[in-house]
Design a protein around this ligand. Structure first.
Ligand SMILES: *Cc1c(COP(=O)(O)O)cnc(C)c1O
Length: 364
């Protein structure tokens, strides 16, 4: 067979491994009532205000969206107390990661990423023919000191997931200050705060401060997690206006659809839904900690809406066993952690169902 005439680096890109969809599990096992705690989606759903707005404006999908996301941009600016020029909106924060890579990486530039983290950083960097520099986690946490040591003159981007997916751990303000003091002027630090709203630790960095200080930092946030809009795809980047202009320059027109812009806009003002989601998460987390301890299963304390669980044996087998019991979790083999799983904190009923499935799947 002749070789595909693709760019050579494309062949080495690993396909993204998503959480298994409920419909697929039910079809394969010929069962029903399966629940999915595998993609860190909001178990309470979207804000009722968002549902209402989507219904109301669905008739307008014949019209192109506002390519500048004017209204959402202004509302976000107000909420974050940042000028609108400091904010770019994307088709999920995933799109913004791609735009950063497109705008900044030339072939051979070094990109520093961690092992055992969100795979999109590696994907977008490989796509742009970056030279990847990978550092290990330390005690399930990002080692910002190891990242600082990996910096060279060729470093272009440094990706930090805070809290880290899949371990749920955070880096502190002091650690972040320390790293940023060692980053050269021609490098950009991306701080992905997809789970930032769930953090309870008082040591969590105020990352917008770095943007206000005009540092080379891009903060990423998303509507996919606490706002429950994963299916609509909206995220934002907060950075110096110069950076924001370049990200918008490489973005395709209309990448953020009409209903997504409207739903995100109204969700921003639903503080009640956000508080409910935080409360559900922190109570669910406490329940799961207690039950995991009763089962003698080891886990990592989480600052996010999921828990990293160490099964110390074949997580793929445990995943299958739990799925047969009606619960889809995330095996972490694709994250380079084949002995562990990640479970999203669900509603009280879902958490209970998960504990039953886990308990049933543990070998005596
Ligand atoms: C879920 C998640 C995101 C969000 O991605 P979207 O494209 O906004 O849905 C970003 N980063 C991490 C680490 C995540 O886990």
């Amino acid at each position: 067979m002749p070789k595909e005439p693709i760019r050579p680096n494309i062949g080495s890109i690993k396909p993204y491994v998503p959480g298994k969809p409920v419909e697929e599990a039910e079809r394969e096992l010929n069962i029903s009532g399966v629940i999915k705690l595998a993609s860190n989606e909001n178990p309470l759903g979207p804000s009722p205000k968002a549902i209402e707005a989507i219904n109301k404006y669905s008739k307008e999908v014949n019209l192109y969206p506002d390519q500048n996301c004017y209204q959402l941009n202004r509302l976000l600016a107000e909420k974050l107390r940042m000028p609108p020029e400091n904010i770019a909106i994307g088709n999920g924060s995933d799109e913004l990661m791609l735009l950063i890579a497109l705008a900044y990486i030339s072939a051979g530039d070094e990109v520093i990423i961690s092992f055992n983290t969100f795979s999109t950083y590696e994907m977008v960097s490989s796509l742009m023919e970056a030279s990847l520099v990978k550092v290990n986690l330390k005690d399930y946490r990002y080692s910002l000191s190891a990242m600082a040591e990996a910096v060279t003159q060729k470093t272009k981007l440094i990706f930090i997931c805070n809290p880290n997916n899949p371990t749920g751990t955070i880096n502190t303000q002091k650690e972040m200050d320390g790293l940023l003091s060692k980053v050269p002027k021609n490098a950009l630090v991306i701080i992905d705060e997809a789970y930032g709203e769930y953090v309870e630790s008082l040591e969590y960095p105020n990352s917008l401060k770095y943007v206000k200080d005009r540092m080379n930092v891009v903060v990423l946030r998303t509507f996919s997690k606490i706002y429950g809009l994963a299916g609509l795809r909206v995220g934002c980047a907060i950075a110096r206006p110069e950076i924001i202009r370049y990200l918008n320059l490489v973005r395709l027109p209309f990448s953020v659809n009409r209903l997504a812009q409207i739903a995100a806009s109204v969700s921003l003002s639903d503080n009640e839904h956000v508080s409910k989601s935080i409360k559900n998460n922190s109570e669910g987390k406490a329940y799961l900690y207690r039950e995991l301890e009763k089962l003698g299963v080891s886990y990592v304390k989480s600052e996010a809406n999921f828990i990293f669980i160490n099964l110390n044996n074949d997580a793929d087998a445990a995943f299958l066993e739990m799925m047969r019991r009606g619960v889809i979790v995330r095996p972490l083999t694709s994250f380079g952690m084949p002995g562990s799983i990640r479970v999203t904190i669900g509603t009280p009923e879902q958490n209970k169902k998960f504990i039953n499935a886990l308990s049933g799947s543990l070998k005596p």
